[in-house]
Design a protein around this ligand. Structure first.
Ligand SMILES: C[S@@+](CC[C@H](N)C(=O)[O-])C[C@H]1O[C@@H](n2cnc3c(N)ncnc32)[C@H](O)[C@@H]1O
Length: 281
């Protein structure tokens, strides 16, 4: 059942979108000294070697981080994004690409706490190796949807949950909506970020996902989508999106500035779209 390996996709355009948005929310949380919780329901391995045979198979990082790696960005969030990636590649050659838990730990202060979940033993082994010794980090071999709900509301209460399924099973779309609804009821102050793929039109479930979350009348829901030329043939992935619930203040303007700088680097067919799906309550 669990055949997905993120190592085939690490650093691609979808990771670029996801991790820039993630870092943007984490920066907003760091604007106050008060501690935050970070829950990553689908953590993956936390660190990816771009010279591994999996990563080299389709070299997807060439559609993403490779195009940004040497760029001198004006925007402070983009400077932070590259500073984080560069901190794992101190000799100046791009080899390691951090996963979402590594971006979160890079952002965290002493008072912050990370709860990381995955089911796959191999991914958990790498995650434990790179992040497990840090006392702010708890790693759980646990189902994402069951575990996220059980760990909610977290202590400290301020914070962010990232839901990043592979969507190999189409039931994952409904599972995401169900868990988002329940988690937000238990944790009304929490911020939630949900990654989703944008596929070829006959298989694309992203409009359904956005409409379903809009119907739940959750507070301040925003989507940020990044489209590129089709390149992962087996999935036909044209781009991807991040949905935010309880979107931080002035986040839309920040994302506008960020993706205006990023998109021209991702090729002639790249574009982005920011939509407000519900207003703040
Ligand atoms: C897209 S990858 C995660 C990538 C990671 N969030 C990042 O950005 O670096 C999805 C992960 O979810 C895990 N996974 C799939 N189904 C799961 C489930 N039901 N519960 C927990 N983890 C699951 C997979 O093993 C895989 O590592």
């Amino acid at each position: 059942m669990l055949s997905y390996r993120h190592s085939f996709h690490a650093g691609n355009h979808a990771d670029v979108l996801k991790h820039i948005v993630l870092l943007g929310v984490l920066k907003k949380l760091c604007a106050k000294d008060k501690a935050f919780s970070y829950i990553d329901s689908h953590s993956g391995a936390g660190m990816y070697d771009l010279l591994s045979s999996n990563a080299l198979m389709n070299a997807e990082y060439e559609s993403g981080i490779s195009r940004l790696w040497k760029h001198d960005f004006k925007n402070a969030l983009l400077q932070d994004y590259l500073a984080c990636v560069r901190s794992f590649n101190e000799d100046g050659e791009l080899r390691f690409y951090p996963g979402s838990p590594a971006f979160a730990l890079w952002s965290a202060r002493t008072q912050d706490r990370l709860q990381l979940l995955d089911l796959q033993p191999e991914e958990l082994g790498v995650l434990q190796y790179y992040l497990g010794r840090d006392e702010r980090v708890s790693i759980h071999q646990r189902d994402a949807f069951e575990g996220l709900l059980a760990l909610t509301p977290p202590e400290p209460r301020r914070g962010l949950a990232l839901i990043d399924p592979s969507f190999e099973q189409k039931e994952d779309y409904q599972r995401v909506v169900n868990v988002a609804k329940k988690v937000m009821r238990r944790w009304p102050v929490g911020i939630m970020a949900i990654w989703y793929p944008i596929l070829a039109s006959d298989r694309d479930r992203s409009p359904w996902l956005k409409a379903a979350l809009q119907r739940e009348k959750l507070s301040s829901v925003m989507s940020i989508e990044l489209r590129v030329a089709e390149q992962a043939q087996e999935y036909g992935m044209h781009g991807s999106g991040m949905l935010l619930i309880n979107t931080p203040w002035q986040f839309s303007a920040l994302m506008q500035d960020v993706f205006e700088e990023v998109v021209p680097l991702l090729g002639d067919n790249a574009s982005f779209l920011i939509e407000t799906l519900t207003e703040a309550e």
